[in-house]
Design a binder for this molecule. Structure first.
Ligand SMILES: C[S@@+](CC[C@H](N)C(=O)[O-])C[C@H]1O[C@@H](n2cnc3c(N)ncnc32)[C@H](O)[C@@H]1O
Length: 300
């Protein structure tokens, strides 16, 4: 038995036209945005090519000293936001600050589960702890939490956040950008876990980042693990390390191809175990992130 369906009300001409018009408008916007992005990428690629060809790139030493100045320039209003201080700039939205740091703790726990690591770190070190966005989530896991940074203001802020959260296991380790190796003797002993997020991209050059990777290996105890985030290049000029104007290119100073970083970690003595990609991170409006889990061979 079939029942007759009620006739659909006829659509007005405006409703009939609306959908294609919206699609057309969205299509134009999308194309305009893509064109703008292509133009920006082309400008950047041309600048990178011209600088390399004419030899205008900055020396390693100049970029290192520019990084030291940038992170210690108290009059630069963007610095505290870029150091991920709670309540400042985009982090006035506290949920953003909390969820970025908590996301890193979740990722570490996922890595540990995936590898069946029975890992309860007694000593944790963070390379470039900034305003304590990770520290407040990782300090509760351990007896001693070390924050290494080139900015004393950020180390103080990190300490303040930890005290406010009820933790007294923080030791600040101030280093000079020119001497990252100094951290080894200043951290109180071999660590079980080293974390570093939103730091490798702003190290002065990729070669300097590999230097830090070697220091990270030295800081860890046998069987210790490193969870390190870096920014990956796509083997084109737009996503390549800049090597000029440190402060202008802040989060693009040092990029690596994924396999290049993996192999560099091996050369530093690590056994890379896993990598996970985050092509877009809307919480900081940035992209091309890779998180590596690196194991230092030895007892577990
Ligand atoms: C974007 S903040 C990241 C803070 C924290 N890791 C996070 O994810 O919220 C970058 C931090 O790295 C520090 N930094 C910059 N160059 C460094 C270096 N060569 N060694 C250690 N820390 C450095 C800065 O002072 C700043 O505190």
């Amino acid at each position: 038995m079939s029942e007759e369906l009620p006739a659909k009300p006829a659509k007005s001409p405006a409703t009939v036209l609306a959908k294609p018009l919206y699609r057309f408008r969205d299509g134009i916007r999308w194309r305009a945005r893509a064109l703008l992005q292509n133009a920006r990428d082309a400008k950047l690629a041309a600048e990178a090519w011209a600088r390399r060809t004419v030899g205008l790139n900055r020396s390693e030493n100049k970029l290192i000293s520019d990084s030291q100045s940038y992170w210690n320039n108290l009059s630069d209003r963007s610095r505290n936001q870029n150091s991920h201080w709670r309540g400042v700039g985009i982090f006035a939205d506290d949920s953003r600050w909390l969820s970025l740091g908590h996301g890193h703790l979740e990722l570490y726990e996922e890595f540990a589960r995936a590898l069946n690591l029975r890992h309860s770190p007694k000593r944790i070190v963070e390379w470039g702890c900034g305003g304590g966005m990770n520290a407040v989530h990782f300090a509760p896991l351990c007896l001693e939490f070390y924050g290494v940074d080139i900015s004393s203001a950020s180390l103080e802020e990190c300490g303040r956040q930890l005290i406010a959260a009820g933790f007294s296991n923080f030791t600040p380790v101030l280093i000079d950008a020119a001497d990252p190796e100094a951290a080894v003797s200043r951290v109180g002993g071999p660590c079980d876990l080293l974390i570093s997020t939103y730091v490798f991209e702003l190290l002065p050059t990729p070669e300097y980042g590999i230097r830090v990777l070697r220091v990270a290996h030295e800081l860890l105890a046998p069987g210790g693990i490193g969870m390190i985030q870096m920014k990956y290049s796509e083997a084109n000029r737009t996503t390549a390390s800049r090597r000029w104007a440190y402060a202008k290119n802040l989060a693009w100073n040092a990029t690596y191809r994924i396999e290049e970083f993996w192999e560099a970690a091996e050369q530093c003595g690590f056994t890379p175990k896993m990598v996970t990609l985050l092509p877009k991170q809307p919480l900081v409006n940035d992209r091309n992130y890779a998180y590596f889990l690196l194991l230092k061979a030895g007892a577990t």
